[in-house]
Design a protein around this ligand. Structure first.
Ligand code: SHN
Ligand code: NAI
Length: 229
């Protein structure tokens, strides 16, 4: 499995099953995508999500009360035309039918009730795993145990949370600096060396905690040292 980052802006995610798991997945994807959740009953978290989906530039969360059986899930996929389907019912036969119907249509599917494919040595080609994630600004860590232990994915995510603190500010500063060095016409080898030093400098990381201008000052001295050698 190869991890990739996918932008769901302007896309729809169909979540079938409105329990705790369906609610967690819907809430994750609602940051970007329009959500259509289909279920005979909805977790409180999904009801809240749908109620305040007008704020924050979200694309919206639509709740549809229905309980499609295995034969009907294909029609739901055709009607909603999602980029991704999340199979999150507590009915394994329905989840399996969703996976099959999505597969026939070449649509990504996240099956929440199994860790691997039928042969247990892999998932279907279009079957995706939702990783545990940590964000700091534009920096995003995604973590999977290959389905072996979601609880471990969560525990590791909690550890990494403190580890990447400040990475967003560093990404933003070093991104600006590399653009500036390019614009100044600094030779590529020097430029790369300077940026590599900046992102590894404890001094710059520490200074950034005080504020961007302190980080900038510290980074400038690291860069000058490289350029004047
Ligand atoms: C395969 C996968 C499919 C998918 O959903 O994409 C899947 C499958 C299953 N999860 C199960 C259980 C739990 N899942 C969690 C938590 C998370 N599960 C997530 C992802 C994934 N779960 C994918 C693999 C990810 C990987 O590769 O590691 C996370 C990371 C992301 C997210 O869901 O948002 C999120 C943590 C988010 C965070 O906090 O950062 C907890 C912990 C808890 O709740 O405290 C438990 C209980 C403890 C335990 O059982 O481990 C069960 C058994 C159900 C049962 O027993 O009936 C199955 C089915 C099976 O294993 O067969
Ligand atoms: N991937 C993950 O992280 C985890 C996965 N699971 C698995 O995910 C599944 C769901 O877990 P929970 O949300 O805790 O269960 P739940 O029982 O709280 O929710 C299931 C939801 O599916 C709905 N549903 C049932 N039949 C349906 C149909 N035909 N169409 C649409 N909706 C239907 C129910 O009304 C209910 O709202 C379980 O099979 C469980 O094994 C459980 C924990 C974590």
């Amino acid at each position: 499995m190869i991890p990739l980052y996918h932008d769901f802006t302007d896309e729809t995610v169909l979540v079938v099953g409105g329990g705790a798991v369906g609610a967690r997945k819907a809430s994750r994807f609602a940051d970007e995508a329009r959500i259509v959740a289909v279920s005979p009953a909805f977790d409180d978290r999904l009801l809240e999500l749908a109620a305040d989906d007008n704020g924050g530039g979200r694309s919206g969360v639509d709740l549809v009360r229905a309980a499609p059986d295995a034969d009907a899930v294909g029609d739901w996929i055709d009607r909603v035309a999602p980029a991704l389907v999340v199979a999150a019912t507590d009915d394994a036969a329905v989840n399996a039918a969703i996976e099959a119907a999505a597969g026939e249509r070449g649509i990504m599917v996240n099956r929440t009730d199994v860790s691997a494919g039928p042969e247990s040595d892999g998932r279907d080609a279009n079957s995706v795993i939702v990783p545990a994630t940590v964000d700091d600004g534009s920096v995003r860590v995604a973590l999977s145990t290959g389905g072996a232990s979601p609880a471990l994915a969560k525990a590791l995510r909690e550890r990494i949370e403190t580890e990447i603190e400040g990475a967003g500010a560093m990404a933003s500063l070093s991104g600006q600096l590399r653009a500036e060095l390019k614009a100044r016409g600094i030779a590529p080898e020097r430029r790369r060396e300077a940026i590599r030093r900046v992102v590894r400098s404890d001094g710059v990381w520490k200074a950034l905690q005080k504020g961007r201008s302190y980080g900038r000052e510290e980074a400038d001295s690291v860069i000058e040292e490289v350029l004047t050698r």
